[in-house]
Design a binder for this molecule. Sequence first.
Ligand SMILES: [Zn+2]
Length: 115
Amino acid sequence: MSWHTIPGWPDYQINEKGQVRNIRGCLLTPVRANGGGGFYLCRPGQKVKMSKVALLALAFPPAPPPEPVKPSKPETHPEGGKQSEVQKPKRRCATCKRPTHDYRCPACWKKLRGE
Ligand SMILES: [Zn+2]
């Protein structure tokens, strides 16, 4: 059974069972017979009723919560709403100057090929 000095109460120690003793080694009597009411702890100018749960929490602080794992968010690519632009012809037919995607418009190619 290990005794832990209660943080903030250097004159008192507590064990895992929630038993409290003072530095002289005397067990403190719980406020209530069943031990549920806590203990009266004294420090200069003070007499404070501390619950067993509170003292246990002081002496045996819970392990820090594990580092939260960041959920890997799928990168969102905002799509939709953006209509694919109608491809505008960037070129003009070398012969008739009509807009076309090729060097010449299909009609002029046909003429050129003698079709
Ligand atoms: Zn043309």
